[in-house]
Design a protein around this ligand. Sequence first.
Ligand SMILES: Cc1cc2nc3c(=O)[nH]c(=O)nc-3n(C[C@H](O)[C@H](O)[C@H](O)COP(=O)(O)OP(=O)(O)OC[C@H]3O[C@@H](n4cnc5c(N)ncnc54)[C@H](O)[C@@H]3O)c2cc1C
Length: 416
Amino acid sequence: MAYRELDMTISKEALAMQKEAKRFAMEVLRPAGIALDELHNPEDVIAPGSILWDTIRKYREMDLHLSGFPEELGGVGELEPMAGILVNEELAYGDVGLAISLGVSAMPFSLAANMPDPELRELAKAYCEDRRGKLIGCWCMMEPDHGSDWILSAQPGFDDPEKVGVPSVRAEKQGNEYILNGQKAAWVSNGTIATHGVVHLNLDPRLGMRGDGLAIVPLNLPGVTRGKPLNKIGQRPLNQGEIFFDNVRLPEKYMIVSDPSLGTPMKDLTLIGANTGMGILFTGVAQAAFDEAMNYARNRVQGGKPIFDHQSVRIRLFEMYKQVETIRAFSRRVALFNVTNNDPMQGLFPSGAHGMALKVFATETAFKVASEALQIFGGNGLSREYPIEKIFRDARSSMIEDGENNVLSLVGASYL
Ligand SMILES: Cc1cc2nc3c(=O)[nH]c(=O)nc-3n(C[C@H](O)[C@H](O)[C@H](O)COP(=O)(O)OP(=O)(O)OC[C@H]3O[C@@H](n4cnc5c(N)ncnc54)[C@H](O)[C@@H]3O)c2cc1C
């Protein structure tokens, strides 16, 4: 059965974008993701000539990187919210690791687009014009000694350096520059290939984890070095790696949040946005797992008939279908609200409780559906000949990505 869309309010334009995104996801992202996943050495994922670079170029040639950027900088302005949601569901359907890499790549440049400084706006413009993948962004929050710590901002002691310590990456003001020292974790997505990072850093050690600010850091500044690409279980096409800062001199115009009392609210909003996005992406992953299982069940013959005709398989598939449809309804609803209510200057705030509930629920659902799909494949589910074991591994990673799910549940509870 072709997927039956229940939302009768979706515009023709949004449906057309969804169709294009699905084509790109299946013709470009899915095969590239499988090829990159099979590479034993993560260095090969980012080697010159890797299909990763083609993928980035094709994405940019389709202008998919321009959404949200103002037209005067070469962007296409804000997309109709539902169009953005549908496009991201589809990209993740193709390959979620690549979808995340392509999405996070925009972060420093979209921040730059909203700044008054002409040089920063020029940087955003250069990103819009870049169809070759020369400019790549990343989001650097986690550190070797501060993972969950960073996001539990409502926990007692968050502002007490004796209890929780302080972020490792420190920025000290000297004249019209900041001097950066410290290290970001191996988990930074696009960490070893990014040209620019959005970096959360410590401005005032007396305030513990609360004394943070936010900077856009050009990663070609003297003193910036990288670790090796991380080798991991899932989302292997997504490059990740450490970034080190050793007396890096950052001109002050790059410090976007220089008031330590504003760093934590800004970080909390970023976390809600990122995890709302995760809900949409992992709806796409859950759908991909369901479709693989459905297709396999119709074709695999056992006991003289396709396994879909065995009652227990039908019931399991219907249970998966129920879960995917539930998470789709929830993710679209939360995302529509959070995307349209995200302008604190105008008094519009996204819902943190819904954002966290969505991320936890969507990633758990994607993992459960992928696990059940793998079971329906029988022995073939364990084989690398079939795509389901990869989808299963990709979904498993998501329950730790952008905040471990138990910790995000604590964050969500703090909003109740
Ligand atoms: C695929 C992927 C992509 C990622 N991309 C990025 C990225 O682009 N940028 C970035 O900065 N980070 C990124 N991360 C890092 C991710 O956000 C962290 O891995 C996550 O927040 C958990 O931190 P940690 O790994 O240090 O685990 P820890 O914080 O060490 O947690 C380990 C365990 O202890 C538990 N725990 C820890 N503290 C508490 C507490 N106070 N209360 C209760 N339980 C607690 C946790 O629940 C968890 O089970 C990514 C991670 C993954 C897997």
